[in-house]
Design a protein around this ligand. Structure first.
Ligand SMILES: Nc1ncnc2c1ncn2[C@@H]1O[C@H](COP(=O)(O)OP(=O)(O)OP(=O)(O)O)[C@@H](O)[C@H]1O
Ligand SMILES: [Mg+2]
Length: 200
């Protein structure tokens, strides 16, 4: 797409797709241009120009544009909770969680991350999340999302979970031809989504 589909830093955005479907590329294309961002990078693979890469959680409070490489053996719920806490302390911040299954489970989410998702908007805090495994992450990432972007490549139980949160035309679109790295994108309240693709 030449014009990027409009999403705001303080929105809640959930991006869903299998390994390699382009979730990080899509999300980072947006967050790279935002003035105040925490990127949670539990896989230790993200780099962005003019972002500071940190390993200590408290350093999320020190830099406007920061990539937190949390300890790889951290309890996922704890890591997400720290990131949610930092975003709420900072206010006016986009928190991008590069793999939501590494900050929540289907049944557990830390209280600060929950608060960031539920009450963050009024403080300018947006929570953006990518996930390969929607069936393994808290429903809050879907029920609270202002926008959901789903890869047509999703299969199995993950499709079943997503079906509950997006209009039916997602299913018909999955049977069609689509360019690589496409996402079905829909805003809350809309009856139909559209295909988008991040520019490279
Ligand atoms: N729209 C695009 N145009 C060109 N290349 C892309 C596009 N989207 C993704 N890619 C490339 O495809 C590869 C996989 O993309 P990406 O890492 O974003 O996938 P992912 O869904 O985040 O995967 P994972 O689940 O493993 O994190 C990367 O090398 C990325 O640069
Ligand atoms: Mg990724």
């Amino acid at each position: 797409m030449t014009d990027r589909w409009a999403l705001r830093a303080a929105d809640k955005v959930t991006i869903i797709g299998p390994n390699g479907s382009g979730k990080s590329f899509l999300a980072l294309g947006y967050v790279a241009h935002m003035p105040s961002v925490i990127v949670h990078d539990p896989k230790h693979e993200i780099e962005l120009p003019d972002f500071v890469i940190i390993s200590r959680a408290e350093d999320m409070l020190r830099h406007p544009r920061v990539i937190w490489r949390s300890p790889q053996l951290a309890d996922p719920v704890d890591a997400g909770n720290w990131a949610g806490y930092a975003a709420l302390q900072r206010k006016h911040t986009c928190l991008y969680l590069d793999e939501a299954a590494l900050v929540t489970t289907a049944n557990r989410i830390g209280p600060w991350l929950r608060a960031a998702i539920i009450t963050g908007r009024s403080q300018g805090v947006g929570v953006w999340a990518a996930t390969q495994r929607p069936k393994d992450v808290s429903n809050l990432f879907f029920s609270e999302a202002h926008a959901i972007l789903v890869s047509p490549l999703l299969v199995g139980f993950d499709v079943e979970k997503v079906k509950g949160f997006v209009p039916e035309d997602y299913l018909s679109l999955r049977n069609k031809e689509f360019p690589p790295f496409s996402f079905y994108a829909v805003r809350r309240g809309e009856k139909h989504g559209r295909l988008i693709r991040a520019g490279s």
